[in-house]
Structure formats: structure tokens, C-alpha cells
Design a protein around this ligand. Structure first.
Ligand code: ATP
Length: 346
């Protein structure tokens, strides 16, 4: 999509939900739209699906303009499949009928046996794909939350859409199931090379699932790239903080050559990628700071144990606060005197 804007008339002021969004979705890959609540993710997804119209700009799906000046293609003509937050299956229909719902058909009464057979085969194929063969006769209420989401995915994929839109599809599931199901869905979508767009406010979900992440803020895409790129080279300190834990350290830039800056900061003189310097602030990740035998003196202020690892909050002798991650079994005592250094920078 190019230059897409959408403003909602509202009191006391209109809401500029999208302020000129440019977004390229990777063909055959999974693109995550990541952003805080209210940044415009749902509005963007609704415009992609055709449930809403942009005020200006252009939406191109599979090489065809579906919304733009003088053009508006209805949702059912866009070849788009949608999985909502909570499956939104039809409760009165069987699982099989839910999956078959989006398949093109003649009225049921006029359906020929060959068409009936083809539909039933497609339903079975979809049930197989989402790992629920034999579940066709059940009602949605007889399925767990995770199973319902898999059926919703099967229903969205059944007509072989050009693009599948996933609107926070795992948010209603409990933590363990969420992780399992999202891995499953990623593998499944990769397996059939479907172009997919996932809306989420969960950075772990976006970074672990997507081939491409578009970070939105206040109606704009502020950064887009692979998960590795956006995590390692966030566009600004706010992007860094949203994409994971970040540590901001005051710094003075001494030199800046070929994308590498030399900076003076409380951790010493460091060579760092220039993208990690934002004015007089150096943005690091907690895993780029470690306890060491020598280096900058600090005092342990707070520790948090998370099992597999732990978080240590420190205060350097000059008062600068720092955070680092460490194996849970190695957590130091609060008030301990330690040394820290920065690692794995430029
Ligand atoms: N129909 C509407 N009328 C007025 N304002 C709206 C309408 N739909 C959305 N908005 C506003 O537009 C902004 C963007 O909303 P949107 O739902 O796209 O955000 P979001 O990123 O999906 O948020 P969430 O993660 O909470 O769902 C918000 O300020 C919201 O209040």
C-alpha cells in the first residue's frame, strides 16, 4: 500500500488513524504489523480486507489495485482470507460447514454430486492441513480455543486466497498454547507459501514468527525490515524499547566513520554501529552488557529471577542505571559491588 490515510470524524477532534502508510508485504512470506494499542493496526487491516476505505492512497493486492482514486473492490472480490481474534466460527454450523462456507458454490439445493464431492474433499484437505482430521462433524462449541482458531484458519485458507490476514489470532489463548499454535501456524503457512499479514502488539510474536516486521506508531510505519534488522538496528529509542528491552546510556560521539561511531560513555570508549546512537543517547540491548572481572564499577540495585534467566538492574558509580540479563543461577546479591562491560557491539 502506498500513502494510505484514514481519518475518523470524531469529537472533539478527528482521529488520524493512518497518516500516510507505505507498506510492502513480502510475497509468499509472513509480514507482521506490530504496534501499541491505537496505532492504527486494525484500521490498516480493515482497509486491506476491504471492510473500510482509505481517504487517500492506494492498496495493491496481488498486482491489482483494490482501493485507490476511483477504485474500490469489495471484500469478497479481493481473494483475501481473514482470521479474527476469536475465530468467529458460526456456532450453529458443523466444523465442515464452517470450512466450506467461503468456498465458491452454487446454491446447496442445485449442487451437483461432483461439486459436493469436491467441496467435501477440500474440507478434508483443510482439516488435514490444520492437524484436525476427522473433526468435520463437530460443532465449534465442542472444540478447545486452540482448535477453534485452527478451524478458523482452515476456513480462511480453504478458497486458496492470495493473501491471508491474521488479526491477533492467538491473543485469546493461554500462554503455552499461544506459543505452540503460533509455531504451528508459521510452519503451516510457510509450507504452503501463502502471503500472510499478521497484526499483533506482541513483539515476541512478531519477531519469532514473521519474515518481515513493520513497526507502526501513531498512524505511520516507522520501520520495516527482517526481525533481525529491526531488533538490531531500531529506528529510534522508542522503537528499540518497543521491540524488546533496551538500555539507554548517555554518550558523546567522538567520530563517525563508515557506519561505525566511536563514543565516550559511562561504559568507556566504545565502537558501536552508528544506528545505535541517537543524538547523545546510545541504545544497547541488555544482552550487550555483561558482568566482568574488570570494567566499569557498578552496584546491584534489583534482581529478578525468571528461571531460564534473570534480570539485573545496576547503578554505575556516576549514577547511570543499566540492565543486563544473566543465567538465573548466576544472579548476584542486591547491593553487591560488580564490574560491567559492553560486548558484541560494532
Ligand atoms: N470507527 C472509528 N471511529 C472513530 N475512531 C476510530 C474508529 N476506528 C478506530 N478509531 C481510532 O483510530 C485509532 C486507531 O485505531 P485502531 O483500532 O486501528 O488501532 P489498533 O492499533 O488496532 O489498536 P488495538 O491494538 O487496541 O486494536 C484509535 O485512536 C481509534 O480510537
Amino acid at each position: 500500500m502506498h500513502g494510505v490515510t484514514r481519518t475518523f470524524p470524531s469529537r472533539p477532534e478527528p482521529v488520524h488513524a493512518l497518516r500516510g502508510v507505505d507498506l510492502d508485504v513480502v510475497d509468499g512470506g509472513l509480514t507482521a504489523i506490530l504496534g501499541a494499542s491505537g496505532c492504527g493496526k486494525t484500521t490498516l487491516l480493515r482497509i486491506l480486507a476491504g471492510f473500510d476505505r482509505p481517504d487517500s492512497g492506494r492498496v495493491i493486492l496481488d498486482g491489482r489495485t483494490v482501493a485507490g482514486p476511483g477504485v474500490f473492490v469489495k471484500p469478497e472480490k479481493r481473494s483475501v482470507g481473514i482470521v479474527a481474534q476469536e475465530g468467529a466460527l458460526f456456532p450453529h454450523l458443523s466444523v465442515a460447514a464452517n470450512i466450506a462456507y467461503g468456498l465458491p458454490s452454487t446454491p446447496l439445493t442445485a449442487m451437483r454430486p461432483a461439486e459436493r464431492r469436491a467441496r467435501a474433499e477440500r474440507v478434508d484437505e483443510m482439516l488435514e492441513l490444520v492437524g484436525l482430521p476427522g473433526y468435520g462433524d463437530r460443532r465449534p462449541a465442542q472444540l478447545s480455543g486452540g482448535q477453534q482458531q485452527r478451524i478458523a484458519l482452515a476456513r480462511a485458507l480453504a478458497p486458496a486466497p492470495a493473501v491471508i490476514l491474521l488479526d491477533e489470532p492467538f491473543s485469546a489463548l493461554d500462554a503455552a498454547l499461544r506459543v505452540d499454535l503460533r509455531e504451528e501456524v508459521r510452519d503451516l503457512l510457510r509450507g504452503i507459501a501463502t502471503t500472510a499479514v499478521l497484526v499483533t502488539h506482541d513483539q515476541n510474536e512478531a519477531l519469532s514468527l514473521a519474515d518481515h516486521v513493520a513497526l507502526m506508531r501513531d498512524g505511520r510505519v516507522v520501520q520495516a525490515g527482517t526481525p533481525q534488522e529491526v531488533y538490531a538496528h531500531p529506528a529510534d529509542p522508542a522503537a528499540a524499547a518497543f521491540l524488546g528491552e533496551s538500555v539507554e546510556v548517555p554518550c558523546t560521539v567522538i567520530s563517525d566513520v563508515d557506519g561505525t561511531s566511536t563514543v565516550d560513555c559511562p561504559l568507556g570508549t566504545l565502537r558501536v554501529p552508528s544506528e545505535s546512537v541517537h543524538g547523545s543517547t546510545l541504545v544497547l540491548r541488555p544482552e550487550q552488557i555483561e558482568l566482568s572481572d574488570s570494567g566499569t564499577h557498578a552496584t546491584v540495585a534489583v534482581t529478578r529471577f525468571f528461571g531460564h534467566d534473570g534480570l539485573v538492574q545496576l547503578r554505575l558509580d556516576d549514577g547511570t542505571p543499566l540492565r543486563l540479563r544473566i543465567a538465573g543461577r548466576d544472579l548476584p546479591e542486591v547491593d553487591a559491588s560488580v564490574c560491567v562491560r559492553a560486548v558484541a557491539l560494532a
